[in-house]
Write a protein that binds this ligand. Structure first.
Ligand code: GLC
Length: 555
């Protein structure tokens, strides 16, 4: 099948800049919907639920990796990019899904994991079977150890999953051999991007999916690909772009080549970066005109529920993006972070991987109120809105998973101190009743991670007809975002308010107000309330905005 030059998507939307204010919904296929009843989500399940996604009103779906994988890290250990994991279906299923979604006006974005592959990938198996010095090893970072007998790791770099970054191989004679580098789990050997095969293979993989009609790629761990081949230790400070393994200047060459490839399609394909960088100047370098189209705004996502801290992030996001053509993005969560309903219900409502602990006191009712307000706040901002599956249902983090159900390497590599990311990856509830709340069709099966027994009320079907539900709020917000010219445009202006209240005007006639302060806030003059995240306070006569509530007004 060769659909490189398909134009039906562009025709459906009528332009090639549809993505600049898009709503992009993240699907974690393993936990979205299970059509074959084995307790694991699959692509057939997503196909069955496409009408739900169309009704929600999203413009595109981003799928976390659906390729063949031993699932040592939830699919971010890819064994073969040209095959769908058998647990999820077949390549034909993926092609059908892409086409059916497009018929509903929904584009597909796939995940590319260029920093590493699975230890089951053909290249790595070949490398392991080859002797030291063999060219098959040059596609990775194989190295002799230091010290007598080569017993010490080549560097003391630390993994973002905790622990070291080198694993020692064993030779055919059973004797310890060279070490190989893995910035994540040992099942995820890092690729050597100085090797021409690595670049060529990724460009072929991009074409493979672009030719199948995908609208773009989300690029995993995008700032980590380039490494200093001299393997120096990480020091206290490095000149910008000269860190041994992070955000090195030469990484940009890769995305420049990818951008040329993406632009060679009649409907240019998108590059979306997973770039965790505190320095906004370094961050926007990835968004220069000849590089990525956008990157996730983790700064905003990580901030606590606090008017000033969030306003500051919005301001710095705009300032940074003003220097490039890329639109800002607004992200409340994803498959790696604590669900907003839980996070915002805590005394410290910021997000940091290093701070995750079991037993953190949480007020879920408070968190839900704030998460609803946060949904309206982000949906009112100019740029691209990302929604992680289940956030539209107001699902909390599942914190009491049985120990034996946990799978995340972050949990295990922390010695069990970090709860890990399983709690935001629990299969979705679709119906109020049934053994899997409709996740596995009618099947009486165990889902791959157990669902809390009280999730019936949070199920999509339970929320559908409820005017006050999370799902109704998300549907209305997305519909208005599309229908209101003011919300579709870029115009944004802060409005004067009292401390603890954020207010901004969009375009000619829409104002968003969010109250973080204790006292109910007086609303600016308006002709109508378009949408509110919670009930307004009418005790004083005129309607006021209670604490932790957001409203969209016609002004
Ligand atoms: C990204 C992914 C995360 C994964 C890691 C390694 O951060 O979002 O889920 O574990 O990369 O691929």
């Amino acid at each position: 099948m060769h659909s490189a030059q398909r134009t039906d998507g562009a025709a459906a939307h009528g332009d090639t800049s549809w993505w600049r204010n898009a709503v992009i919904y993240q699907v974690y296929p393993r936990s979205f919907a299970d059509a074959d009843g084995d307790g694991t989500g699959d692509l057939a399940g997503v196909r069955q639920r496409l009408p739900y996604l169309a009704e929600l009103g999203v413009d595109a779906l981003w799928f976390t990796p659906w390729y063949r994988s031993p699932q040592a890290d939830g699919g971010y250990d890819v064994a073969d990019y040209r095959e769908i994991d058998p647990a999820f279906g077949t390549l034909e299923d993926a092609e059908a899904l892409i086409a059916e979604a497009l018929d509903l006006g929904i584009r597909t974005i796939v995940d590319i994991v260029p920093n590493h592959v699975s230890s089951e990938h053909a290249w790595f198996r070949e490398a392991l079977a080859a002797p030291p010095g063999h060219p098959a090893r040059d596609r990775f970072w194989f190295h002799d150890g230091k010290g007598p007998g080569g017993d010490e790791t080549p560097t003391n770099w630390t993994s973002s999953f905790g622990g070291g970054t080198w694993t020692r191989t064993t030779g055919p004679d059973g004797r310890p051999g060279q070490w190989y580098l893995h910035m994540f789990a040992p099942e995820q050997p890092d690729l050597n991007w100085n090797h021409p095969d690595v670049a060529a293979e990724h460009e072929a993989v991009l074409r493979f999916w672009y030719d199948r009609g995908v609208a773009g790629v989300r690029i995993d761990s995008a700032s980590m690909l380039a490494k200093d081949a001299a393997l120096p230790e990480v020091g206290e400070e490095h000149a910008p772009g000269r860190h041994p393994h992070f955000d090195r200047d030469e990484v940009h060459e890769i995305y420049r080549r990818w951008r040329k490839l993406a632009d060679s399609y009649e409907e240019p394909r998108l590059l979306i970066g997973e770039v965790w960088l505190e320095d906004t100047d370094r961050f926007v370098r990835y968004l220069r005109d000849d590089e990525m189209h956008m990157a996730f705004n983790f700064d905003f996502m990580s901030r606590p529920w606090d008017a000033e801290r969030l306003a500051e992030s919005i301001r710095s996001t705009f300032a940074a993006h003003a220097t490039v053509a890329a639109p800002p993005t607004w992200v409340l969560s994803n498959h790696d972070v604590t669900r907003p309903v839980t996070r915002y219900g805590r005394e410290d409502s910021s997000f940091a991987f290093a701070d995750k602990r079991f037993g953190t006191p949480t007020d879920l009712a408070l968190g839900a109120r704030r998460a609803r307000a946060a949904a309206l706040l982000t949906a009112a901002l100019p740029g691209v809105l990302y929604i992680y599956q289940g956030d539209e249902l107001g699902l909390p983090e599942v914190e009491d998973l049985p120990a034996e159900a946990r799978e995340d390497p972050m949990h295990f590599r922390s010695g069990g101190v970090d709860p890990g990311r399983d709690g935001c990856r629990v299969p979705l509830p679709w119906t109020a009743t049934g053994p899997t709340f409709g996740f596995s069709g009618g099947a009486d099966t165990a889902t791959w991670l157990p669902q809390p027994r009280d999730w019936g009320g949070r199920a999509a079907a339970s929320q559908e007809a409820d005017p006050d539900s999370f799902l109704t709020l998300y549907r209305r917000a997305i519909r208005l975002r599309r229908a209101e010219p003011a919300l579709r445009g870029d115009a944004f202006a802060w409005t004067e308010t009292t401390p603890g209240v954020l207010a901004f005007r969009r375009g000619e006639d829409v104002t968003c107000v969010v109250n973080f302060a204790d006292a109910p806030a007086v609303l600016p003059a308006h002709t109508a309330v378009l949408l509110a995240s919670g009930p307004l306070d009418t005790a004083a006569g005129d309607a006021r905005l209670p604490k932790d509530t957001a409203v969209w007004l016609r002004t």
